[in-house]
Each structure stands twice: as structure tokens, then as C-alpha cells.
Write a protein that binds this ligand. Structure first.
Ligand SMILES: NC(=O)c1ccc[n+]([C@@H]2O[C@H](COP(=O)([O-])OP(=O)(O)OC[C@H]3O[C@@H](n4cnc5c(N)ncnc54)[C@H](O)[C@@H]3O)[C@@H](O)[C@H]2O)c1
Length: 392
């Protein structure tokens, strides 16, 4: 029996799926989180969030207690739900090409449970044409496919979902109407677009941010090469000069989305995307640049280098595609003695931030966690602060 009040989220224990499921369950829907990750399934069903996401820990406990949300690995659960929201990953391979194999093969698995009453909402970040490929796979059983991209900043889902305009696009009127009905419950405003426009809006947004950050990173590299303080220059650029107000900070531009989605866009455009190549070579070069600069002044083999912050962004525990981790690995591969610490990401090699500061000769701020803002670091220590976090 299909139930209009039931929503199944595939990839439901992941960073997009779980917060979305919680937001929808808090609006009265009965949410089933379908996932392959047994560890996360157990955690969710015990009312424990598998990762850091503002506000989710408390809401999860409440929704599990109310029996409004539960996690399972059984895909057959979709038979009970009218709505199926797909939030599984859309990775890229080593040749910078989207690896759609597992994404598309999921829809072959899903197909056998579908009927014409289902509404399939794709939420993963995909490039133009992918929605259509999915439609061709499942159309003999269900034609109601929509694409409603997720645009939240990781860590801020519950506060951003109600504020962001939700883009809704679909293969037919029923898919559009029904998807709008769902998202109206949790979003401020609905905007209708063509599917291809929605696919591009998502990728352009992430590519824009990725390239934008690379501008500041390039300015940081130029300033550093001249022995100058980029953050002082940036502050003056913005002082009483509104045209520069939005220039981002320098820093490690990383994480599972920005680079990957810019790559998806590049691949979609037959790699005719020189801005992307430049942005990637700048952003990804920062760890090596830091090592080179330190090498010019110090014999790193005789120093202890401490990295404060390993996650890819502040106030988060996610290390996927973290440049801080890339830096750590590079240092270790050169047999340089390293120490590591993080406020959120747990690892048995981590030590407390104050011990790290005491024991390290060189301290690198890898992630701008708030806890590092007011740290007291003695003048005799070398501080590398690519984020301009610590006030001088
Ligand atoms: N993380 C973000 O902030 C964010 C924001 C917007 C969009 N996105 C996009 O959303 C998608 C998911 O990203 P994420 O960060 O949530 O990834 P994630 O790895 O945290 O979550 C994906 C989940 O899907 C599960 N999964 C994979 N294949 C499955 C299958 N066949 N059946 C059931 N479960 C399966 C995984 O076990 C995992 O739990 C990606 O396309 C990503 O680009 C992510």
C-alpha cells in the first residue's frame, strides 16, 4: 500500500539526506532513510547523528522518539512511500569525469519497486542530461521524475532550508506539482525552471564559488611571494569601498562539492573551461606552496609541524577532500614530524590544541574553527595562518 504521507530518502543517512529527512519529518511526514551505510543506520535509529550538522542532534532524538523517522538498508521500503527522494553521491573519477555508473545503476535497482503513483525527486548534484538518463531507465514503470537540487551549505541545513528558494523542475506536471507540495512545507519560495536550467543552476553556483575563492587564493600567493600580508591588503581594499566588499578570504578551498561540481561542469562542456583549470591549479597548490615557503626558511626535518584543524570547513567534522589532510599527508610523506588536532573530527592521532601549540615549532591553521581565534601563540613559534583567523 502506497502512503501519501510517507517519504523515502535514498542516501538518507548522508549529509544531504539526513537533515532533509529531519526537516520533512518535523513537518509531519513519516520519513524512511534508506542507505547502504550500516553504521550510520544504527546510529540514526539510536537517535545519534553520524556527523556534525547544526540542530540535527536534538531534532533527531525527538523524531526517533516520535517514531517519525527511521533508517534501513531495505530498498523495498520505497513500496510504501509515495515520494522517493534520491540523495546518493555523484562522484568524479581520476580523469575528472563524472562517474555515473553507481548513480544510474541505482535506478535499475529501484525500477522493480516502482509504479505510476510514485514521485521520484532527484536531489543529488548532477550535470545536464543526467535527469533524462534516469527518466529513460525508469519510464516504463514511472514517469514522475523531478529534479530539485540541494543548495544548502553543509552544517547549516536546518537553518538554510527554510530560507533558500527551492528550485523545482520535472519531466511532467504531476512530478512538478507533487514535488512543489513537499518543498513548500520546508522552503520559503519555490521557483520553477526547466530541468536543464536546474542542473546548470546547481553547477554554476558551486563553480562560481570555487572560482571566486581561487581569486583570493591567487592574491594570497602573490602577496606572500612579495613578503606581504594579504589580509592587511584585503582589509584596506574593502575599507569604504563597496565594490570590493565581497572579496572572499584566502584559505583551503576544499570539501566534497565545490571542486567536484566544477569538474562536472567542465566535463559536461567537453573540458572547455579554462577558468576551472586555473582555479583548480591555484586552490589545490596551497598545501605545497606552504611547504615550499617553509622550506625556504627552515630545515623542516628538524622541526615539529602542528596542524590545527583537519576538517574541510569550520565547525564541522567532515574531512572529505580536505586540503588540511592533503597537507598533513605531504608532510608525513617527507618524513617531517607532525602533530594534528581538530575540534570536531575525531582521530586517535589527534592531540589537544594547547598541547599541539606547546610541542610544535611551526603551527599551521588548517581549518578556521572558532576555537582557534583567540589562541595565544608565543612569538618564537612560526604561525602559518592562510585564513587570516588569528588577530595580530
Ligand atoms: N554535502 C553537501 O553539503 C551537499 C550540498 C548540496 C548537494 N550535495 C550533493 O548531494 C549528493 C550527496 O552528497 P552527500 O554529501 O550527502 O554525500 P554522503 O556521502 O554524505 O551521502 C550519500 C549517502 O548515500 C549512500 N548511498 C550511496 N549509494 C547508495 C545506494 N545505492 N543505496 C542507498 N544508499 C546509498 C551512502 O552510503 C551515503 O550515506 C551529492 O550529489 C552531492 O554533490 C551535497
Amino acid at each position: 500500500m502506497i502512503n501519501r504521507n510517507f517519504i523515502c530518502i535514498i542516501g538518507g543517512t548522508g549529509h544531504v539526506g539526513a537533515p532533509l529527512g529531519l526537516a520533512l519529518s518535523s513537518k509531519g511526514y513519516h520519513v524512511t532513510l534508506v542507505d547502504k551505510n550500516q553504521k550510520n543506520i544504527r546510529k540514526i535509529n539510536n537517535g545519534v547523528m553520524p556527523f556534525v550538522e547544526d540542530g540535527c542532534a536534538k531534532l533527531l532524538k525527538k523524531m526517533v522518539y516520535k517514531k517519525k523517522i527511521f533508517a534501513t538498508s531495505k530498498l523495498s521500503e520505497v513500496k510504501k512511500s509515495k515520494y522517493i527522494i534520491v540523495c546518493i553521491g555523484t562522484p568524479i573519477n581520476k580523469k575528472f569525469r563524472p562517474n555515473l555508473k553507481s548513480f544510474l545503476s541505482f535506478f535499475y535497482d529501484l525500477k522493480k519497486y516502482l509504479n505510476k503513483e510514485h514521485i521520484i525527486i532527484i536531489r543529488s548534484s548532477i550535470y545536464p542530461g543526467v535527469c533524462n538518463k534516469v527518466f529513460n531507465i525508469v519510464k516504463s514503470r514511472c514517469k514522475n521524475i523531478s529534479y530539485c537540487p540541494e543548495r544548502i551549505a553543509q552544517g547549516k541545513s536546518l537553518t538554510e532550508l527554510p530560507k533558500l528558494s527551492q528550485i523545482v523542475s520535472g519531466e511532467n506536471r504531476k512530478a512538478i506539482f507533487e514535488s512543489e507540495k513537499i518543498f513548500k512545507k520546508i522552503s520559503k519560495k519555490i521557483i520553477h525552471t526547466k530541468i536543464v536550467e536546474a542542473e546548470l543552476i546547481k553547477l554554476f553556483s558551486n563553480a562560481y564559488r570555487y572560482i571566486n575563492f581561487s581569486i583570493s587564493n591567487q592574491f594570497y600567493l602573490i602577496s606572500k611571494s612579495q613578503g606581504l600580508d594579504f589580509f592587511k591588503i584585503r582589509n584596506i581594499m574593502r575599507d569604504n569601498y563597496s565594490r570590493n566588499i565581497d572579496i572572499p578570504s584566502a584559505g583551503f578551498t576544499a570539501g566534497p562539492c565545490l571542486l567536484k561540481d566544477t569538474m562536472q561542469l567542465s566535463s559536461f562542456n567537453n573540458h572547455k573551461f579554462p577558468l576551472f583549470r586555473s582555479a583548480m591549479s591555484i586552490n589545490e597548490s596551497l598545501p605545497q606552496f606552504i611547504i615550499n615557503k617553509l622550506n625556504e626558511k627552515y630545515n623542516l626535518k628538524k622541526k615539529t609541524v602542528g596542524i590545527l584543524g583537519l576538517s574541510f570547513k569550520a565547525e564541522n567534522d567532515d574531512i572529505r577532500d580536505s586540503l588540511s589532510i592533503k597537507l598533513l599527508k605531504k608532510l608525513k610523506s617527507k618524513k617531517i614530524k607532525t602533530l594534528q588536532s581538530d575540534e570536531y573530527y575525531k582521530n586517535e592521532e589527534n592531540i589537544d590544541k594547547n598541547t599541539l601549540i606547546r610541542k610544535s615549532d611551526i603551527i599551521i591553521i588548517g581549518t578556521p574553527h572558532k576555537a582557534y581565534k583567540n589562541l595565544k601563540i608565543k612569538k618564537k613559534k612560526v604561525l602559518v595562518d592562510i585564513w587570516g583567523l588569528i588577530k595580530k
